[in-house]
Design a protein around this ligand. Structure first.
Ligand code: ADP
Length: 306
């Protein structure tokens, strides 16, 4: 096999009480990439369509993640990469993670799978380091494993795949405003009280239990974040109305996707997810902010060949 075309899923990270540890892959939103073996050593981005992003290997997350893999491989050739972006950079649904993971997953396939999925997460995290300055795993892990994943620990890296309930659907709205990642990081508190901690880990435990037992009510009750959401949501116009509308339309829960500005909601069944989408849209139509809406079931495979 010399060439692969892959689908690279968008991902929701910072799922309410799972801030910085829980993420999930989406099924109907994502980029495409073509990865091709070349005898010339190195990584070469030969095409990039859909977004204005750097094509130099060291400035593109796909290039950096690919180099991390190549450095640990005994393959003495290289790879050409074509990137077809659908996910807008900075939207909060893992645009950089899609490119990093697509690159390393396809390269691993083309080399006969010398690396484990966990090792691919480590390579893809180098792309995240380029995008945000922090080598976080909460978008790249679900993109590679599929479904929900928990980053239990970074040292050592310990990724736990979590069950994805079959009727769970995500609705994501992306209001087209710019929030600098540095701003959304800067406003976070560095300390929390014991009382806040207890609420958060109670909810996270409940959410994980709800996902495994497919208990939609428990999932809904647990989708709460008393620590980050009250602060970060201030940067997203209309957030409270979007959340209120989503919950009134039947969503199980609603929160900020990644570091925003996208907002996600989870629903049981596609019909409810569609109703939720309409109520979310209404808010931004009223305020007059351009927006994209995605409705997706959970992608349990992660990056895949197409
Ligand atoms: P989000 O998770 O909010 O969608 P990202 O964390 O993906 O946003 O960050 C996007 C940043 O990564 C931008 O600064 C962008 O220039 C940079 N970047 C570099 N290469 C890529 C790529 N191939 N795809 C997307 N973003 C890239």
């Amino acid at each position: 096999m010399e060439e692969l075309r892959v689908f690279c899923p968008a991902t929701i990270a910072n799922i309410s009480c799972g801030f910085d540890v829980l993420g999930v892959a989406l099924d109907s939103v994502g980029d495409e990439m073509v990865i091709r073996k070349t005898p010339k050593k190195g990584i070469f981005i030969t095409k990039l369509e859909g977004q204005d992003l750097p094509m130099e290997t060291e400035r593109n997350v796909a290039g950096v993640a690919g180099l991390a893999l190549l450095n640990e491989s005994d393959y003495d050739g290289g790879f050409e990469i074509e990137i077809y972006k659908n996910i807008k950079a900075g939207s909060g649904i893992g645009s950089s993670a899609a490119s990093s993971t697509g690159a390393v997953w396809a390269m691993n396939q083309l080399l006969g799978k010398p690396f484990t999925t966990s090792k691919l997460v480590e390579f893809a995290m180098e792309g995240e380091r380029l995008a945000s300055g922090v080598a976080h795993a909460d978008n790249v892990a679900p993109a590679l494993f599929g479904g929900f994943t928990l980053v239990r620990s970074y040292e050592p890296l310990d990724i736990i795949p979590i069950n994805s309930p079959s009727e769970l659907f995500a609705t994501v709205i992306h209001p087209q405003i710019e929030i600098k990642t540095s701003d959304s990081r800067k406003i976070l508190k560095t300390h929390i009280t014991l009382k806040e901690g207890i609420k958060q880990w109670g909810n996270l435990g409940g959410l994980i239990a709800g996902l495994f037992t497919e208990d939609y009510d428990l999932i809904g009750r647990s989708l709460e974040d008393h620590i980050v959401e009250p602060i970060r949501s201030i940067l997203i116009p209309g957030f409270n109305d979007v959340k209120k509308g989503a919950l009134t339309s039947g969503a199980l829960g609603c929160g900020i996707s990644g570091s925003g500005p996208s907002i996600f909601a989870f629903s049981k069944g596609e019909a409810t997810a569609k109703k939720v989408a309409l109520s979310m849209k209404k808010v931004y139509e009223k305020i007059g902010i351009d927006h994209d809406v995605h409705i997706s079931k959970i992608n349990t495979e992660g990056v895949k060949e197409i």
